[in-house]
Design a protein around this ligand. Sequence first.
Ligand code: SF4
Length: 357
Amino acid sequence: MNGRTPGRQLPLLQVDRAPVRLSVLDERLRGTKFVSLEPKSVLNSPQQTGVDFWSLNPYVGCEFGCTYCYARYAHRYTVERAHDAGKLTDEEFLEFRGPHGWEAFERRVFVKETLLGALERDLQRYFRSAGPTVHPPAPIVIGTATDPYQPAERRFRLTRQLLERLARCEGLNIGIITKSPLIARDTDVLRRIQERSDLEVHISLNTVDVALIRQVEARSPMPAVRLRALKRLADGGVRVGLIVAPVLPGITDDVPHLEALFQAAREAGARFVHAGPLRLYSAVRDRFLPMLDERFPHLAARYRRAYGGRTGAPRDYARALAARIKKLQARFGFPVNQRMADRYGRRLAPAQAELGL
Ligand code: SF4
């Protein structure tokens, strides 16, 4: 971020009947804009999302730009809904979506600036919904749709603020998912959370191959940097592990690849390793399949066949991958068959998918 245009006003959305001009908080040289958003609510309940946990995402959109990212749909939905409701002009809508439709997710990042006030109201709702007899409370997962430690967090510190607030609660069950080493900045507050609540940090990494990662993730932190952050957290006493998701069939699912990840996780002090295969949601296809055509043309037709009209990978692949992961978990001394589903319920444990599509 270069701070060239702080506070510049951009006519974007209307709230209720009065048009509201949203501030462009910052802008990068390559064109990414960070736009202020004032949500009424930030903690999504299981009823709202259809999953078994509460979710929290301080940002909408993510600069890391992974080609397989399923969260693009949420950003697209937000922008399309605003356009359909007449809150974005056609011109603004086009500018937001970019030439292919998926660019906006990486280039127009909404910053939930007033997150703390909304969280305060949401926590009351959360504790009310738990009631006096529900124990332990439903998990809260931070980073389900966008990375809570993406580069914007360095400046806006929203994730830090919300963690500070959650550290004052007791008996929560909190998960955090990130690819960013910036999370190590918050080791102190994570430790405070752990004193009163159950916490698991998931560092997301699907290969240690630097060249390969740049093929599938546009601007994510390098593997060594993520593993160093994992080690810093582990050394700092934070319960942290590795999440290998998505495993990309035919690209990152071979034994040497996975072994290298498990080995690196072991050396960094990870407590667990979870893994799950790619889910090819429709919003992912627009971005991921052209990438395959260009960079892995030998796999393109096989992916299209295997994923056909489905989101999850074929069942045989799922079984084979699950068996491979279990063996590696055992060999490297991690809890075997532990899946994110065991802790968070549906959706965060991707249905397993086909070795040899
Ligand atoms: S880091 Fe996560 S949220 Fe960001 S683009 Fe990659 S998969 Fe999506």
